[in-house]
Design a binder for this molecule. Structure first.
Ligand SMILES: Nc1ncnc2c1ncn2[C@@H]1O[C@H](COP(=O)(O)OP(=O)(O)OP(=O)(O)O)[C@@H](O)[C@H]1O
Ligand SMILES: [Mg+2]
Length: 289
């Protein structure tokens, strides 16, 4: 068996007494699409926030491709190979679509950011800053090659959403429709060519045909071997795209398995639909819930 791409063990995070994530363990294999579903407030976004370094875990471990990342910064985690989108959508309103996508690649630049390893060293931070300024003003052959590469990556990502983002490439994000802002955000995450793509409700606020479009794009990514960790409320989409589904309730995993098994799991039905009202059995006794 191959080593998991993402290995999460006994993850914990609380907020003033609320156990938002309470002993969560799961894995994502290379090329696997895993979805987390569950009622509002069940801990899905918090789990993603822990995996992507937005929040620090209070317990447990997170290993990506063999390396511990549970104490790494969001930037380091992005460099390790996780890119994400946010539940409410986050784009830079005044930047163009192309610039929003380019922002995602910034952490991966080498020629434009010489000596960037020193930016972690408190007293030597000025060296990479000055070097970056020098490259920005005077340029170098390596920086020009990298510039061309960045442009190619941005074009590739705009092309992925060709009909939608193509004509809007240079428009500021604040002029975009909600759905196009979300597409821009997904394109920005993909520009990082992440080992694991993390999506928090990518179709929230989208109508049926926009949702179907996102589903088609996710299936394309899946066919290309992209590993995805997805949080989504639209169960039809989840059941179509996922290899495995994890169900959370009250910060815990209450079921996990292939989509069909999970769909028929009584604990899942209960978490979503609530406890069934007790009915008298044919014998006249009380039926169980
Ligand atoms: N930053 C925070 N500060 C305080 N409490 C938080 C914070 N983030 C999450 N919580 C709490 O943790 C619990 C889990 O929230 P989370 O956002 O992870 O749920 P979710 O499953 O993503 O819900 P939804 O489907 O509504 O997005 C909730 O009780 C929530 O109020
Ligand atoms: Mg959420």
């Amino acid at each position: 068996m191959t080593a998991p791409l993402l290995d999460v063990t006994d993850l914990e995070r609380h907020f003033e007494g609320v156990r938002a994530v309470d002993g969560v363990s799961f894995q994502v294999q290379p090329h696997e699409v895993v979805s987390i579903i569950g009622p509002n407030g069940s801990g899905k976004t918090t789990t993603l926030n822990l995996v992507t370094g937005t929040f620090r875990a209070h317990g447990g471990t997170i290993v990506l491709d063999g390396a511990r990342i549970d104490h790494a910064s969001t930037v380091d985690i992005a460099e390790h190979g996780i890119a994400r989108t946010f539940q409410n959508g986050r784009v830079f309103a005044t930047l163009s679509v192309a610039d929003n996508i380019e922002v995602g690649i910034h952490s991966q630049l080498h020629a434009h950011r010489p000596f960037r390893g020193l930016s972690h060293v408190f007293l030597l931070r000025w060296i990479p800053l000055l070097a970056e300024l020098f490259v920005a003003i005077f340029g170098t052959p390596a920086a020009r090659r990298e510039r061309a590469e960045i442009d190619r990556t941005v074009d590739l990502e705009v092309d992925r959403f060709e009909a939608r983002l193509g004509p809007r490439r240079d428009d500021p994000a604040y002029t975009l429709s909600y759905a196009n802002r979300r597409r821009t955000e997904i394109a920005r995450a993909l520009a990082l060519q992440p080992k694991l793509l993390v999506l928090d409700e990518p179709t929230a606020g989208m109508n049926q045909s926009e949702t179907a479009e996102v589903l088609a794009q996710l299936l394309e990514l899946k066919a290309a071997g992209q590993a995805i960790l997805l949080v989504e409320h639209k169960l039809d989409l989840v059941m179509t795209v996922s290899d495995r589904v994890i169900v959370m309730d009250g910060g815990r995993i209450i079921a996990a398995g292939d989509p069909q098994t999970v769909r028929n799991d009584p604990a899942v039905i209960e978490a979503y639909l609530g406890r069934r009202r007790e009915r008298p059995t044919p014998e006249g006794g009380e039926g169980s819930a």
